[in-house]
Write a protein that binds this ligand. Structure first.
Ligand SMILES: *Cc1c(COP(=O)(O)O)cnc(C)c1O
Length: 230
C-alpha cells in the first residue's frame, strides 16, 4: 500500500467501525488506535492529515524516536508491545500503556512516573485463554494485580487489554466476550486507582467482532497502513 492509499484505507476502516458500533447498539464510543510499528514517519503524517490522532507502537525505542521526531504533534501515543523493565523509561509519558502484565512492573513504572511527574494511564493485559508462554496476567491473578494499584500515586489502571489466540475472526468472539465479562465482574469491586472502562481488543482481522463484543479501543495496523517493513 502506498502512502497515498492511507487516507482511503483509514476512511474505509472508520466506516466499518461505525457499522460495527451500530450493530452493537448502545455502548461506549470506540477509539481507533492506528498501529504504526515499523511504518515510516511519512505514513504517520499521512494518517494524521486524514484525522488519525492515536498511534500504537510496539517497540519502546521506536516509540521514543518517533515521538522525538514529531515533538509538536498533538498525537496520542500508545505503547502496545511487550513491556520490559529496562525499557520503562522510554514508554512512561505516552498516553496509554496497554501491556502491564505482571506485578513486578508496577513499582518501576510508578518510580519513573513519579520522577517525571506524570500520572501514567495503563491497561492490564490478560491472558484470557491461559495460553502457555503468552504475555498477560492469568484471570485468577487479576484481582491481586489490580489491588497493587492502590498504593501507587502515579499510575491509573483504565481497563483491560487482550491479544486472543490466533484464529478466524468469528472464533475470537468468545475471548472478546470473556474479557468484557472479566472487566464487568471486577468493576464490581471498588479499588483505588482502578477503573475498568477501557477494553483494548481487536486488530485488522477482527476489530469489528471486538467492537460487537464491547471494545473501546481497537488496534488496527495493516488495514490502515498496509504491510510493515521487515
Ligand atoms: C501489530 C499489532 C497490532 C496490529 O496488527 P494488525 O494485524 O496489523 O492490525 C495490534 N495489536 C498488537 C498488540 C500488535 O502487536
Amino acid at each position: 500500500m502506498s502512502i497515498e492509499g492511507i487516507a482511503e484505507h483509514l476512511a474505509a476502516v472508520r466506516v466499518r467501525i461505525d457499522a460495527a458500533v451500530a450493530r452493537r447498539g448502545d455502548g461506549p464510543p470506540v477509539r481507533l488506535v492506528g498501529v504504526s510499528k515499523r511504518q515510516p514517519l511519512p505514513a504517520l503524517d499521512a494518517a494524521a492529515a486524514a484525522g488519525l490522532r492515536d498511534f500504537g507502537e510496539n517497540y519502546a525505542q521506536e516509540l521514543r524516536d518517533k515521538q522525538q521526531a514529531r515533538p509538536d504533534a498533538d498525537w496520542r501515543w500508545h505503547f502496545i508491545g511487550a513491556l520490559q523493565r529496562n525499557k520503562i523509561r522510554y514508554v512512561v509519558g505516552c498516553a496509554l500503556i496497554h501491556t502491564v502484565d505482571r506485578a513486578e512492573l508496577l513499582a518501576p513504572l510508578q518510580r519513573r512516573a513519579e520522577t517525571t511527574d506524570h500520572v501514567q494511564d495503563v491497561l492490564v493485559q490478560v491472558n484470557v485463554a491461559s495460553e502457555e508462554g503468552k504475555a498477560g496476567v492469568a484471570p485468577a491473578e487479576l484481582p491481586a494485580l489490580l489491588d497493587g494499584f492502590a498504593s501507587l500515586s502515579h499510575l491509573r489502571c483504565r481497563g483491560l487489554m487482550l491479544i486472543p489466540p490466533q484464529a478466524e475472526p468469528e472464533q475470537t468472539r468468545p475471548w472478546f466476550a470473556a474479557l468484557r465479562r472479566l472487566a464487568e465482574q471486577h468493576a464490581q469491586t471498588p479499588r483505588p486507582h482502578v477503573e475498568l472502562r477501557e477494553l483494548s481488543m481487536g486488530m485488522s482481522a477482527d476489530y469489528e467482532v471486538a467492537i460487537e463484543e464491547g471494545a473501546t479501543l481497537v488496534r488496527v495496523g495493516t488495514a490502515v497502513f498496509g504491510p510493515r517493513s521487515a
